[in-house]
Design a protein around this ligand. Structure first.
Ligand SMILES: CC(C)(COP(=O)(O)OP(=O)(O)OC[C@H]1O[C@@H](n2cnc3c(N)ncnc32)[C@H](O)[C@@H]1OP(=O)(O)O)[C@@H](O)C(=O)NCCC(=O)NCCS
Length: 186
């Protein structure tokens, strides 16, 4: 709900873990009929498509505010690892691990396309990303953030996985983007 100045208040919750959580499954496998692939040589156009497919219903706009050059500099960086969950040739969701600071890794994005929600894919992808980060990257810290406009299942799910809140920021959502600028390019 917007305030009298037309701004939408949001709360951004930052969570972290400093060790691999006990009980986390090792090398979890995707649900039947799905497979996980690491994206190699991804195009900015592909990234924009999955970002919109996952996030449009949840007011995701951060990445839409970046030019192709700016976005490519992040998502095509070899230290930014992007994993997609697929069924046939359909992308069902993705996880983005930002390992540019290898000791302090951010699970920068995690999302499932709405038509695949509630089928265990988010839980699989989160377990997989957290296990992969601790097993293969061995950071001192893994962190994530979520905000009030994300899916309501996200914050409790992160806490159940072993993330602990370390910072809460009450702020305002950036102004909405014009509809046209949200359309995927390419
Ligand atoms: C949040 C999200 C990743 C969950 O993925 P999903 O595939 O729909 O969820 P799953 O079926 O794997 O369920 C995951 C957990 O959430 C719970 N959950 C799922 N839907 C729920 C709902 N509508 N209400 C409450 N809990 C719910 C499940 O019980 C499960 O709990 P667990 O901790 O015991 O495993 C997914 O809804 C999503 O991508 N949303 C849009 C983008 C987003 O908000 N991403 C998070 C940004 S930080």
């Amino acid at each position: 709900m917007a305030d009298i100045n037309g701004r939408t208040p949001i709360r951004i919750t930052h969570l972290e873990m400093k060790a691999r959580p006990e009980g986390l499954p090792e090398c979890p496998r995707p649900p039947e009929d799905f497979r996980l692939e690491k994206m190699e040589n991804l195009s900015v156009a592909w990234y924009r498509r999955i970002y919109h497919a996952v996030g449009d219903d949840f007011s995701w706009t951060d990445r839409s505010r970046l030019s192709d050059l700016e976005l490519g500099a992040i998502v095509q960086d070899p230290q930014v690892e992007i994993f997609v969950i697929r069924s046939g040739d359909e992308d069902a969701g993705y996880a983005e691990l930002d390992c540019r600071n290898p000791d302090d890794i951010e699970l920068a994005y995690l999302g499932i396309v709405p038509r695949f929600h509630g089928r265990g894919l988010g839980r699989f992808l989160l377990n997989w990303a957290v296990d992969y980060a601790w097993r293969c990257k061995k950071p001192s810290r893994l962190w994530i953030h979520t905000e009030t406009r994300d899916h309501t299942a996200a914050l409790p799910m992160y806490k159940r996985t072993g993330f602990r809140v370390f910072k809460v920021v009450d702020t305002f959502a950036p102004p909405p983007l014009p509809r046209d600028s949200r359309a995927p390019s390419g």
